[in-house]
Ligand binder design. Structure first.
Ligand SMILES: [Cu+2]
Length: 482
């Protein structure tokens, strides 16, 4: 459904038309579509917080904590530690994860391990709720390759709220093969969790999407990195590795460096790319990750290089409307490293031999209530309904079809990694950073994206839009691998 149809079904079409074009224009520009609040450039005087690292045999609690997000005001937030967000969990390929999780919140929660290919009972399906004051022991083996993953709650109707209030963290998988690449590590390997927030003058986080913002996605005027407002990171003039996560509910970023330097993208959602890709700009939608190297060796001591969002179009009316700075890299020392970009990363096998193509039509439609405007194959999420049945061990092509849509949908599949086969309509191309294993793919308005996947875990999983307002609105289906 397009916007005109939407207005008509809302009962606004006739009123607006009768009232003349100005009301119609006003509704479409301001009322029904939702707008992105203006982001004001900061002064980048807060040191970037680096989340603490814990091992994969550890304990974790979801809890309320005090943190300072803006205006130097302490405010209650949610987190898996002593502030917004949670620790970075590092696990080794081949290891068994054993994380004892306690819900210290006053509402139910759970954890989805986004990007980990693990049994359905451990994956954080919305059915799986952990009640207040209850614990759950997450145990699963890490069988996948090294890569940048993350964790966050996954409750139908509450994911956007809990992620916005602070529940998210990084989960990094390492392997001996990846270590052998000698990539920048330690102080030179930095996670960057980018999130936008709407922050009240008293410093608290606001999350109350209007109907229009459920359509466009809820966007904030403040961009935090690792929970830091207006952050800077002191760097030396050498190569760094940044694990970039778009942890926002809806905002898409088109990342560039202010000095025009390249990002050398070495990994995406599911691990390493077949080869590194040098890119001037990097489009990252909610849920997606980019593992990038940046070479500061040409920078002068004293220079400030900004990570910026560059204006973009084609992702719905509310996205990409302005450029702004996200954080600053302050070059403090000259230092020489002997690092050279590896010519080969990790072995990569192309999936083939799909036995079935499954269509997923992404649409917007008004029912009687505000619940469920966003649909897949004409359906709103129902936890008790199995929408698709897939055979264990089979390889399939899934077709995400947004040809009739006005909004961008980053589509995420649980329990599996996939490769992108084609994108037709819209941008009409597969981007270099999408050439490896993925678990989330941006399907822009007018696009149809085909991905190939092989199912290796039995059980009930979900496929959904990772615009969390769309997801909470019901843009999610169950599939069961049998
Ligand atoms: Cu969506």
């Amino acid at each position: 459904m397009n916007r005109n149809e939407f207005l008509k079904r809302m009962g606004l079409g006739t009123v607006a038309i009768a009232a003349g074009p100005s009301l119609l224009t006003s509704c479409m520009d301001h009322g029904m579509e939702g707008e992105a609040p203006n982001v004001e450039d900061g002064i980048f005087n807060n040191p970037l917080k680096i989340p603490q690292t814990i091992s994969s045999t550890s304990t974790l609690s979801a809890q309320t904590a005090m943190d300072t997000l803006a205006n130097a005001k302490q405010t209650p937030v949610l987190g898996y530690g002593n502030g917004l967000l949670g620790p970075t969990i590092r696990a080794q390929k081949g290891q068994n994860v054993n994380l004892n999780f306690t819900n210290k919140l006053s509402e139910h929660t759970n954890i989805h391990w986004h990007g980990l290919v693990i049994p359905a009972t451990m994956d954080g399906h919305p059915d799986h709720m952990i009640m207040p004051n209850n614990s759950f022991n997450f145990q699963f083996p890490i069988t996948q390759q090294a890569g940048t993953n993350w964790y966050h709650p996954h409750l139908h109707g509450l994911t956007g709220k809990q992620v916005t209030e602070g529940l998210a963290g990084m989960f990094i998988v390492e392997s001996p093969e990846e270590k052998a690449l000698n990539l920048p590590s330690g102080a030179y390997e930095i996670p960057l969790i980018i999130q936008d927030k709407r922050i009240n003058t008293n410093g608290t986080i606001q999350y109350n999407p209007t109907m229009a913002e459920v359509m466009s996605g809820y966007m904030g005027e403040t961009i935090l990195v690792n929970g830091t407002n207006s952050p800077f990171l002191e760097v030396v003039s050498r190569f760094y590795r940044f694990r970039v996560l778009n942890g926002s509910t809806a905002r898409i970023y088109n990342l560039v460096l202010s000095n025009g330097a390249d990002f050398y993208v070495i990994g995406s959602d599911g691990g390493m790319l077949p080869q590194s890709e040098s890119m001037k700009s990097l489009l990252l939608s909610p849920g997606e990750r980019a593992d990038v190297l940046v070479d500061f060796s040409g920078a002068k001591v004293g220079e400030m290089i900004y990570l910026e969002n560059k204006q973009f179009s084609g992702m719905g009316d509310a996205q990409g409307v302005q450029g702004y700075k996200i954080m600053s890299f302050n070059v403090t020392n000259a230092e020489k490293d002997n690092f050279a970009l590896p010519t080969a990363l990790l072995p990569f096998t192309k999936l083939s031999g799909a036995t079935k193509t499954r269509p997923f039509k992404l649409t917007m439609s008004m029912g009687n209530s505000r619940e469920g405007m966003h649909q897949i194959n004409g359906k709103v999420f129902d936890s008790d309904r199995i929408d698709e049945i897939v055979n264990l061990g089979s390889t399939e092509i899934w077709e995400f079809d947004n040809t009739d849509g006005d909004e961008a949908h980053p589509m995420h599949v649980h329990g599996v990694h996939f490769q992108i086969l084609s994108r037709t309509g819209g941008r009409n191309t597969i981007l270099p950073q999408e050439s490896g294993w993925k678990d989330t793919v941006l399907v822009a308005p007018k696009e149809k994206v085909l991905v190939i996947l092989k199912f290796e875990h039995k059980g009930k999983f979900v496929v959904h839009c990772h615009n969390l307002e769309h997801e909470d609105d019901g843009m999610m289906l169950n599939f069961e691998v049998i």
